[in-house]
Design a protein around this ligand. Sequence first.
Ligand code: SF4
Length: 317
Amino acid sequence: MATVIDTLKARPRHPEKANRPETPLLRKPDWLRVRAPGSAGYNETRDIVRSHGLTTVCEEAACPNIGECWTQKHATMMIMGEICTRACSFCNVITGKPNALDPTEPARVAEAVAKMGLKHVVITSVDRDDLDDGGAAHFAAVVYAIRAVAPDTTIEILTPDFLRKDGAAEIVIDSAPDVFNHNLETVPRLYLTIRPGARYYNSLRLLERVKDRDPRRFTKSGLMVGLGESKEEVMQVMDDMRSAGVDFLTIGQYLQPTRRHAAVDRFVHPDEFAAYEAIARAKGFLMVSASPLTRSSHHAGEDFAQLKAAREALEAR
Ligand code: SF4
């Protein structure tokens, strides 16, 4: 009987974090409070996501913006399954041994994009260190499938780092998404605790390789703040990104998914975000989004239009 009960127990979402110390979840300040989801548009987006068997990072990452985004039919698809081979201490995505890739996924994602009538779509994925190419060919197949059925939709991809996967980044770059995004997430000093499976320089170099291979491709990267980084460290990362040619910077507040995830060091005040934005613009980013609720994919469509306009304005000078 005991065995039956054990097998019926729901698997904990983050067994890999079972031995981490628990830290209390800090009470959120007013500027981070959002309305609970539940509009007609939200329900419609949810139904399309479910009926196409899709996974979204909106749900998997417990994103605070889901009510707003889904109401506007903006969902960020997460491909290659919902199980990640990494165990970053900030991330709510499940860690474990992923399932085999589903060859029908590119067509299903493309069909959902067409059905939602998206002008701009963001596609991200879990890390797939188990695959020889890190999932690069599958990622590219999704981009090609969307292009085939929704040629007017602009495509933004938010990729893994393809660490130790020679040639993988090039496969994805050559699929020619409109925006290539890879988040540095935090400052290099915190990589060991926050992104232990990643390497800062490898991530930075990935962004640089996009520009080396295709200088017109827009690149984008993001940082979470409130993890214990200093302002000087954030500014150093901005400089590193500019050296790698990154066009668009996003900065948002880190929120702790569970008590066993990395603790929030502090809630950064909206005025500090405004200061980061001003500094980043002065450093030459074409586009900057910095606010407590900024996420890589938040308002991505509107931001893409501004990004293009900013380049055109710069080139017309
Ligand atoms: S910000 Fe991005 S991840 Fe969050 S709900 Fe919106 S689309 Fe989804």
